[in-house]
Ligand binder design. Sequence first.
Ligand SMILES: *Cc1c(COP(=O)(O)O)cnc(C)c1O
Length: 416
Amino acid sequence: MALPEHGMSKEQVVAALEAKRARDARWQDGRTFGMVYDGGPGVHEVAEAAARMYLHENALNTLAFPSLGEIQSEVVAACAALFHGDTAAGFMTSGGTESILMAVKAARERARAERGVTEPEMVVPESAHAAFHKAAHYFGLRVHKVPVRDDWRADVDAMAEHVGERTVLVVGSAPQYPQGVIDPIPELARLAADVGASMHVDACMGGFVLPFLEMEGEDVPPWDFRVDGVTTISADIHKLGYAPKGASVILHRTKELRRHQTFVFDDWLGGFYASPNMQGTRPGLPMATAWAVMHHLGIDGYRRLTRVAVDAARRIAAGVRATPGLTVLGEPQAHLLAIAADPEAARPVDVFALGDALARRGWFHDRQSPPDSLHATVSAGNAPVVDEYLADLAACVDEVLGTRAADRRTDYATLE
Ligand SMILES: *Cc1c(COP(=O)(O)O)cnc(C)c1O
């Protein structure tokens, strides 16, 4: 569709966009288990106020916009404190993928500088996010993808087999996305440290949950900078930080290690170019809205939302397990879970058919495989509708018994 010859009025533009949105997931009703994480009306208001102020600003050059430089350093410092990184330093990025790209790039550069590694390799559990494979593809690393254990956690012994003099990075997640379990971070960090390699903890999901669960008095396995050998951590403010999209942080244990992430170029007609991440022009909006939401919520706000989200996830997990024909994979430790067919059930349920039936009632799950399962990232916005969801779940199981979805695609992310 070509541009209209004559421009549309604001009213026409808004009406056209409203019409386009009609078929989009209804996250506002708490019916989406992933992708949008709803901190509630107060959080929306604060984010929208900050968005109006920073819609047009650019953090490419913080000499022009010093407020964005301050915003970045305050967000990074707040995360460093939450993750017990007394000496940690880092940057904001556009999201978890970019944070992971930067961790991989930094690990590669560090190994080249400190150990002369020219054919870099990384060792990742098969549960690690696809973004690590994207990073390997972009930055020319070989990936050793290692099967996980029966409990879905990284298999340290199996990973150890692949760690050697070319290893630049070992990866663990807290928690991993597919089943929501926390990898054995101290053991993985030791593997990396033994060969002088970097160790990344992917806390894209857990970074804004695990610190608050611990403050709530729950047992949280060690995963942050208190673990020796952990060199980088990624955490997404636009997930359980409840900020609008486009905000994540990448932290390095020290400012010294952080320099392997950055790029500077001083031989261009346009001037000196220093860049912390993949972006050139950096929108101020996601930085300012992340700062705004984080400061609006504060520690007590995040503790409250964490309690609500994790309790909702536990109610859903218990409800799924109590539904004949269904089970939850492994023992999820925070707010993510995978719903699968109970292998011992008398009559098997096709969970993809179940997902389609739930979708007809407005509930949105991602499909995952192997094994076939429905993913749920539970956040505070889902809590008010847990009972309604579980009732629909039971009804949908009855509806789909004996049927199988012909379409077996599992689209986590799409091209067009
Ligand atoms: C979401 C997620 C990512 C990727 O983050 P994006 O913001 O989608 O780029 C990486 N790791 C884990 C564990 C995630 O949940």
